[in-house]
Design a protein around this ligand. Structure first.
Ligand code: HEC
Ligand code: HEC
Length: 253
């Protein structure tokens, strides 16, 4: 009996000591703040000359492949705000619809913060909260779609065994592209067309707002196939699936 008790307390000690470092809760990154009502109003109704964000990003903020718009609902507020600041100062140019630079300039810095914060609160924490792209539907429309199993390998492990190696996306973007704020955005459950577009823009140098050219270096070594494959996997990769040892971020990060 005594031995059993000792064994249990040793086990409890080991579990207590080891598990917290493995099953880390959302890391040490402060939650955002802002005027949610103002952000929601901008998102749904626009402001001044700036049209409603929902008209292109969708009522639910999950983006639209036909327009090439990204999911912005549930993305990290600091990342969204950075993108809006970069559009406002022409550090990032919207070469997809040529609208985001004007949209960002039409809002004040406070508005840009508020709409970013509002969007970051739009997460339910459920595995199926966002739908990625419907790859079969895209194929039927003639869009070139990659292979998810090859994409998974690239996302998880990269391709080290070639003249132009590609690092794993996971190294920076985390498991299934769950993201790591403030620097690394969620790329899992992102729209396929947007993912492909951005990777090509990093590769050809038409998007250059990444810190230390981190993404440009990655994308320069990616082939068209790599890009399609990674995007095909990521668009339906949920942070809530098995294999993620970290808790996905909650609302408002
Ligand atoms: C007319 C269509 C349109 C409207 C309206 C619009 N967007 Fe966009 N948005 C786009 C497109 C297209 C892109 C991708 C641009 C690119 O390739 O750089 C984009 C990109 C973005 C991004 C970058 C996201 C990322 O993951 O890097 C943010 C943030 C964003 N929009 C926020 C907004 C907000 C906030 C509003 C409302 C104030 C808004 N958008 C209104 C079309 C639109
Ligand atoms: C060395 C770190 C690093 C690695 C490895 C990396 N990324 Fe990134 N990625 C970044 C950073 C940093 C950004 C944010 C850039 C910014 O601030 O605009 C980013 C942004 C992106 C974006 C744009 C997201 C958006 O919403 O605008 C895509 C798409 C992307 N990465 C895909 C990938 C893929 C696919 C891989 C693996 C093949 C990968 N990344 C590997 C650092 C990395």
């Amino acid at each position: 009996m005594k031995r059993l008790v000792t064994a249990i307390s040793v086990a409890a000690f080991v579990v207590g000591a080891v598990v917290p470092s493995l099953v880390m809760s959302s890391p040490q990154y402060p939650k955002g703040s802002g005027d949610v009502a103002n952000g929601k109003s901008i998102y749904e109704n626009g402001k001044g000359s700036v049209p409603a964000c929902s008209s292109c990003h969708g009522q639910d903020g999950t983006g639209d492949d036909a327009l090439g718009t990204p999911r912005i609902a549930g993305q990290f507020w600091v990342f969204l705000r950075k993108q809006l600041e970069d559009y406002a100062t022409d550090k990032r140019l919207d070469t997809t619809m040529f609208v985001m630079n004007d949209n960002a300039k039409g809002l004040s810095a406070q508005d840009r913060n508020d709409v970013s914060f509002y969007l970051s609160t739009l997460t339910t924490g459920k595995a199926d909260e966002y739908k990625g792209s419907d790859l079969n539907a895209l194929k039927e429309q003639g869009v070139e779609v990659g292979l998810t199993h090859k994409g998974k390998t690239l996302v998880e492990y990269g391709q080290g065994n070639r003249a132009k190696p590609v690092p794993s996306c996971r190294a920076c973007h985390g498991y299934n592209g769950r993201g790591a704020p403030p620097i690394y955005p969620q790329i899992g459950l992102q729209k396929y067309v947007y993912l492909v577009n951005q990777l090509k823009k990093w590769r050809d140098g038409s998007r250059t707002n990444d810190p230390q050219s981190q993404m440009q270096k990655v994308a320069k070594n990616m082939t068209d196939e790599d890009i399609n494959n990674a995007a095909a996997y990521l668009t339906n990769a949920s942070a809530y699936s098995l294999g993620n040892i970290m808790q996905p971020y909650e609302r408002g990060y």
